[in-house]
Design a protein around this ligand. Structure first.
Ligand code: ATP
Ligand code: MG
Length: 456
């Protein structure tokens, strides 16, 4: 397990910056927004625009890391495009006007029209046409994780519907429709794995093309009462998991089989919902619910390559427009979605895959020599194993320390007090179940190490 580079140095609460709020923030309508503010993860800068405080930033980076790992596992290449784009490219594609008021338009000092990118199809197509001319360089999938801006009419729910938000967007370039559909399936599989690693059940559902266009598109939805989309599905789809099966992302057959498995049960958003098909699902498995869109994949063919002249030599002497798709994951929205899916009335419950710290250490009697020494020793043992504990070494009441730990949602807590130490034990508590066990400090360390083994 590799420690993240964002926060290995300040894991003692007395030296951390964790501005936990005592009062319930009134502006928050849903629990994820409320808890992110209360746990000191974000601070609103203006409507739909947030600063990411150290704890929030750490989770954001963990989620980003998982997205990178799964994209690269699928063979997709990371890069970085700018946030500001020239208007000309969007005039070329015809979307400069279509995008309407959601696009933030900026004029630079020379009077040139610029925009803060809401997405990157134009920019990536321009890169492609400048550098790729032959089928021999295909298939190619490039992606980046970058801030986007959409001037949403109603930014709300904290990072769930922000104006500035962090998004992974990837673009595949293929010679034929068939190849591009393999890329589509490959993205579907990599997304399933990505969300599973975050402890989420995200269901791919047939969706509508919208302004990006295209007939092939699926949205990934996390079921939650506070979700903005109405969804209809066969409950059989929620039983599916990838687990640790090996996937060869180059195998057309394997990716197709997984696509078929996940898309066989009925699952659609209200945009494409079809009552006639839905009634064919056995009644006891028919579900209507709400969901949060955490990603979407598209195949849109030659829509952009036609108008922007992105062609390749097909090896038979023809210049043909390249087949493309685009694939997005709402990286910052995922924090909200995970909290909506995993919390209780005391606070957040982070799944192990995304937790900002692997476990908390609560010292019940700060400045007691024995208790302090035991906590330091636990802290050292855990960090030596590459784990990141958060040690609450503040001079605070036990109740306040527990309250903070419960709110920020670390999945495991080790509680150290003079009474237990007399018997040679500490207490290990699961945030999710609330169950505790007493065990010698080194056994608690070993148990935590085992839990995180294989979680990466
Ligand atoms: P929505 O329907 O929620 O407005 P979208 O379909 O317009 O989203 P996409 O263009 O598919 O969004 O963007 C890819 C992903 O980025 C979405 O699946 C979503 O998770 C995330 N996303 C989109 N808009 C926002 C936003 N305003 N704030 C946070 N995340 C967003
Ligand atoms: Mg979408």
């Amino acid at each position: 397990m590799e420690p993240t580079i964002y926060g290995v140095t300040h894991m003692r609460l007395s030296r951390y910056f964790l501005p936990v709020l005592k009062e319930t923030p009134r502006e928050a309508q849903i629990v994820s927004h409320r808890y992110m503010l209360q746990a000191g993860m974000i601070k609103q800068a203006s409507a739909g625009i947030y600063s990411w405080l150290p704890l929030g930033f750490k989770v954001l980076k963990r989620i980003e890391q998982i997205v990178h790992e799964e994209q690269q596992r699928a063979g997709h290449l990371p890069m970085l495009m700018p946030t500001l784009q020239p208007a000309e490219l969007w005039q070329e594609s015809g979307r400069y006007n279509d995008y309407g008021r959601e696009m933030l338009r900026i004029e630079d000092r020379h009077g040139r029209d610029m925009l803060y990118g809401p997405t990157n199809e134009e920019l990536i197509t321009d890169i492609f046409r400048s550098h790729v001319g032959s089928y021999k360089e295909l298939p190619l999938t490039l992606y980046h994780i970058q801030w986007k801006f959409r001037d949403e009419v109603r930014p709300r729910f904290g990072v769930m519907r922000g104006r500035e938000f962090f998004m992974k967007d990837g673009y595949n370039f293929d010679l034929t429709k068939e190849d591009a559909l393999h890329a589509y399936n490959r993205h579907l599989v990599s997304y399933l794995r990505t969300y599973e690693r975050m402890g989420l059940k995200a269901i791919p559902m047939r969706a509508d093309g919208g302004p990006i266009g295209g007939d092939y598109t699926h949205e990934f939805l996390v079921l939650a009462e506070t979700g903005e989309s109405e969804v209809f599905y066969d409950s059989a789809v929620t039983d599916l998991t990838l687990g640790d099966r090996e996937v060869d992302y180059d195998s057309v057959a394997q990716c197709q089989a997984i696509f078929d498995e996940w898309t066989a049960p009925y699952a659609r958003t209200d945009e494409t919902h079809d009552d006639a098909l839905f009634v064919e699902v056995p009644e006891e498995r028919r579900r209507t619910a709400r969901g949060i869109e955490v990603g979407q994949i598209f195949y849109f063919g030659t829509k952009y390559s036609d108008v922007m002249g992105a062609t390749v030599d097909d090896g038979k002497g023809n210049k043909v427009p390249v087949h493309m798709g685009s694939h997005g994951i709402g990286v910052s929205r995922l924090l909200g979605a995970i909290i909506e899916a995993s919390h209780d009335d005391k606070g957040i419950i982070w799944p192990e895959g995304v937790t900002p710290f692997h476990c908390g250490i609560v010292n019940l009697k700060q400045s007691d020599d024995e208790a302090d020494a035991a906590c330091e020793s636990l802290y050292d043992s855990l960090t030596a194993l590459g784990l990141e504990p958060l040690y609450d070494d503040r001079d605070e009441r036990a109740g306040a320390k527990f309250g903070t730990m419960d709110m920020i949602g670390l999945p495991w807590r080790i509680t150290v007090g003079p009474r237990g130490l007399k018997n040679g034990v500490v207490e290990l508590t699961s945030r999710r179940t609330g169950e505790s066990e007493e065990l010698p400090p080194q056994e608690a360390v070993a148990k935590i190490a085992r839990i995180y083994e294989g979680i990466a």
